[in-house]
Design a binder for this molecule. Structure first.
Ligand SMILES: Cc1cc2nc3c(=O)[nH]c(=O)nc-3n(C[C@H](O)[C@H](O)[C@H](O)COP(=O)(O)O)c2cc1C
Length: 375
């Protein structure tokens, strides 16, 4: 996913930016507005506990922020989740593995939010069968909100609105925090020898992705350049901040320049991403016994909980998925990642994330809940 820290990407165009800022200060300082509303309206009372759970669930981390979740309410206590098949990422996620993980994160956040209302979420995964090798129109899960035997409120609930994917450079975690964030099947390490190998791998993999035309174009097409584009299409890869606003105002940042390996934007972007992917003071990773759809959903649920533990502790996380992706140009780095992270035969490395301390970032864009509801 080629988007990290674009703030810095265009520093080399600083002279032009000064002129651009002078021409339109009001515009270069603007940040997305409506795209952030779903994060900011969680205190509004909502009668139907399912809608309350789902307005939290749409804040889940998900690949390329595609938000592929379709929700059909059923009866008075159930809902069926399915995938908006147009929101998949065929180049970098050819078997919809990561998209399915993004359903696991959604379900976990729904379960945590439901616990605040004294409800337990019963999940029936893939009730009409497990779609392979890609997802199809069949439901991903049927959910029931049940009032008896509900556990108490999950303490991670308060972290849902605080969680972000943070693509800044990182500082080390304070002692003891890594152990607190890992666990529940998420492996964690700050071992210098392992980190040196991880950094080499993640930098090589982000470079490979950007230099693989089709894979990079999948990201470029989903870039939202500046606050207007983000508010108009609150998904995908948001490029915001004064530098982006200023250089796009001047016509220096656009999809063509970001796509062109010969351009300054591309080169500075790649250098920035390499720096970010080498900023790994500690690492978290998740291996499942197999790569079934159930394992992918379970991985998403665990990943979501890990993110919430990190957010609650004031730490930052950022998945670096490139080396885990199953497309031919990545094959050698995919094998290297499996070896490095100890995946045996049928096991699958589902997530690899850096973790550390970082400056805060704004919430990412979201469509409103209504955009996901189907009759
Ligand atoms: C399965 C999965 C893989 C992801 N891989 C990456 C990645 O390689 N690089 C990255 O910057 N973000 C990655 N993300 C994070 C998403 O881009 C992020 O969740 C999304 O843009 C929404 O932003 P938010 O997490 O701040 O709400 C991944 C998320 C998931 C669930």
């Amino acid at each position: 996913m080629a988007m990290a820290g674009r703030r810095q990407v265009l520093i080399g165009l600083g002279g032009a930016l000064v002129a651009g800022a002078a021409a339109g200060t009001w515009r270069v300082t603007r940040m997305p507005q409506t795209a952030q509303t779903p994060w900011l309206s969680l205190n509004r009372p909502v009668a139907d506990p399912r809608l309350d759970a789902f307005r939290h669930a749409i804040l889940a981390p998900n690949p390329h922020n595609r938000q592929p979740w379709l929700i059909r309410l059923e009866g008075s206590d159930a809902a069926v989740l399915s995938c908006d098949l147009d929101k998949r990422l065929p180049q970098t996620d050819p078997f919809d593995r990561q998209i399915t993980i993004g359903f696991g994160t959604f379900i976990e956040l729904a379960a945590i939010a439901a616990s605040k209302r004294g409800l337990r979420l019963e999940v029936e995964p893939f009730p009409d069968g497990e779609p392979q090798p890609r997802l199809d129109h069949r439901p991903v899960a049927r959910l029931r909100f049940i009032s008896d035997g509900a556990p108490g409120p999950d303490p991670l609930a308060r972290a849902i609105a605080l969680r972000r994917t943070n693509r800044q450079t990182y500082r080390p975690l304070p002692p003891g925090l890594l152990e607190q964030i890992g666990g529940e099947g998420m492996q964690a390490s700050a071992d210098p020898a392992l980190l040196a190998q991880v950094r080499k791998l993640t930098v090589a993999a982000i470079t490979r992705e950007m230099e693989t035309h089709q894979a990079h174009m999948e990201s470029v097409r989903l870039m939202r350049i500046g606050h207007r584009e983000v508010d108009a299409n609150p998904d995908g890869l948001a490029l915001t901040g004064p530098l982006i606003e200023g250089t796009s105002l001047l016509g220096l940042t656009n999809r063509e320049s970001l796509a062109d390996p010969a351009s300054t934007s591309f080169r500075l972007g790649l250098e920035d991403l390499q720096k970010v992917h080498a900023s790994v003071p500690a690492v978290l990773w998740l291996v499942t016994p197999d790569n079934s759809r159930l394992a992918q959903l379970a991985a998403g649920r665990r990943y979501a909980r890990t993110c919430l533990r990190a957010a609650a502790a004031g730490a930052a996380m950022h998945p670096m998925s490139q080396a885990l992706q199953e497309y031919p140009a990545m094959a050698d780095l995919y094998t290297e990642a499996r070896q490095l992270l100890g995946a045996q035969s049928s096991q699958c490395v589902q997530m690899l994330s850096r973790v550390g301390m970082a400056s805060p970032v704004i919430p990412s864009a979201r469509y409103p809940l209504e955009a996901h509801l189907r009759r």
